[in-house]
Design a protein around this ligand. Structure first.
Ligand code: FAD
Length: 429
């Protein structure tokens, strides 16, 4: 009988527990350690920040689903992983021992790396539901007293889709409130070009996003390094390819929302052989750590090298479908190990993404995520907004019902030719 512990019950951790429940036998134990007993659907946070969703509509109580699936939930969170001892210390001082551990702790938000940056200082965030609710209060203030807005992603960020999404969603919300004419908007990004997305572009994301920004009268600055975020301006250095400063800008801003750089959470940081210097978990193609082979990692906490050198550092995004592919591979590999077999499954890490613009949007598929690719497709249209709403409803239903991947999801992915697992050849093995 094995005990598998999942650390973190976000987008990756919850479905990890459900998939393991199906892959392992009833006698194997599964536990989740999370900060709190609620699942929160992060991709809906940009909608929360303009009042299109509230907390209750995007959160799920994990207790009933865990009870139904015979999964133990520790909502007190982890203080420290003791990898050499195969145990996790909880924030109340208790310990949970494991045979296998899956780390799914998502990101710690590195606001402290830039003076004045973050919800505790001069800017807003949509990375967490609490931040998004604060951003909504500031949005309401902006409606009462319109002024310039800066949206974007800072140096070292890896999550660019939500920055574009929020720029367009906010633009639509301002238009609906009939104050858009009094809100000059600037998109400030560390990407070397609009639509790079940390992926060196997908299909024509450059053309599609430049055209969308232009048609909505949103100016932009690329290769941007944010020096400081003030209460009424953002100080930005636009960089040359050789790392010298091309132009220094003081961009006026009454409302700033920028995606931060991410790092690993404190509970797992600085463990020799487990994490890289930024605290991301080192894994091989089987999602397995080399130093601690009974530890796996999935989601945003996984260490992935950037696509290439850029004048300002940008990271590679870890999107929902890519995370699901890591989950499926990990479930197969842990159940193989429990049966005494070798782990062989590899996630495809394909990026399938819907970026909502409030009344339209762009979608892209990158197979594999890093170029050159077999599938490199992007498109736009009103259907993207509808698809994103459908994705939200479907995912929340999946979490509530405790189902990992219902039959119709498998069928849809098969029809679209999108795989979660790599076909392993003898060479790769
Ligand atoms: P998370 O969902 O962040 O979950 C991490 C969990 O770990 C949390 O529950 C947290 O409480 C817990 N945790 C952290 N520390 C501890 C600890 N010490 N002890 C116990 N628990 C801990 N991707 C898409 O594909 N489509 C989208 O539309 C999309 N939109 C996004 C919008 C935003 C604003 C952001 C930030 C990201 C978006 N992403 C999107 C990217 C990605 O899918 C999400 O970030 C996703 O939530 C990442 O899943 P995760 O499981 O890695 O981490």
């Amino acid at each position: 009988m094995a005990h598998v512990v999942i650390l973190g019950a976000g987008l990756g951790g919850t479905i990890m527990a459900y998939e393991l429940r199906e892959a392992l036998s009833r006698s194997d134990r599964i536990s989740i350690i999370n900060k709190g007993a609620k699942y929160s659907f992060v991709p809906s946070n940009p909608w929360v920040a303009v009042g299109w969703r509230d907390r209750d509509s995007i959160e799920v109580d994990l207790e009933p689903a865990c009870r139904k699936r015979d999964i133990t939930l520790y909502p007190q969170g982890a203080r420290r992983l003791h990898a050499a001892e195969n145990r996790v210390e909880l924030s109340d001082g208790a310990f949970v021992d494991y045979d296998y551990l899956v780390i799914a702790t998502g990101p710690e938000l590195a606001f402290d790396e830039i003076p004045g940056f973050g919800p505790a200082a001069n800017s807003h965030s949509v990375c967490h539901i609490d931040h998004a609710l604060d951003a909504k209060a500031a949005f309401e203030k902006l409606l009462r007293k319109p002024g310039p807005v800066v949206i974007g992603a800072v140096q070292g960020a890896s999550c660019f889709g939500p920055a574009y999404e929020f720029a367009f969603i906010l633009e639509k919300a301002l238009r609906d409130a009939k104050v858009r004419d009094r809100v000059p908007m600037t998109f400030v990004t560390s990407e070397p070009y609009i639509g790079h997305l940390g992926l060196d572009g997908v299909g024509d994301t450059k053309g599609l996003l430049e055209s969308a920004l232009r048609s909505k009268h949103i100016k932009w600055i690329t290769n941007a390094r944010v020096k400081e975020v003030g209460s009424d301006k953002v100080t930005v250095e636009e960089m040359n390819d050789d790392g010298s400063v091309k132009v220094a800008h003081d961009v006026a801003s009454a409302y700033t929302m920028m995606l931060p750089a991410f790092r690993g959470v404190e509970a797992v940081r600085d463990i020799e052989g487990l994490t890289n210097p930024r605290g991301f978990i080192l894994v091989d193609k089987h999602q397995q750590n080399g130093r601690y082979p009974n530890i796996f990692a999935i989601g945003v906490c996984v260490a992935i090298a950037p696509t290439g050198k850029t004048p300002v550092p940008v990271g590679v995004p870890k999107t929902g479908f890519m995370i699901e592919s890591m989950v499926t591979a990990t479930a197969k590999n842990i159940s193989a190990l429990v049966r005494g077999e070798e782990p062989k499954a590899q996630g495809t890490w394909n990026a399938v993404c819907l970026a909502d613009f409030g009344d339209g949007g762009i979608a892209f598929v990158a197979q594999p995520q890093i170029p050159p690719r077999n599938v490199n497709w992007s498109s736009q249209g009103k259907w993207v907004h509808a698809a994103k709403v459908g994705f939200e409803k479907y995912f929340l239903h999946k979490i509530r019902s405790g189902q990992a991947e219902p039959f119709y999801e498998k069928l849809t992915l098969q029809v679209l030719g999108i795989d979660k697992l790599k076909a392993v050849t003898f060479d790769e093995d």
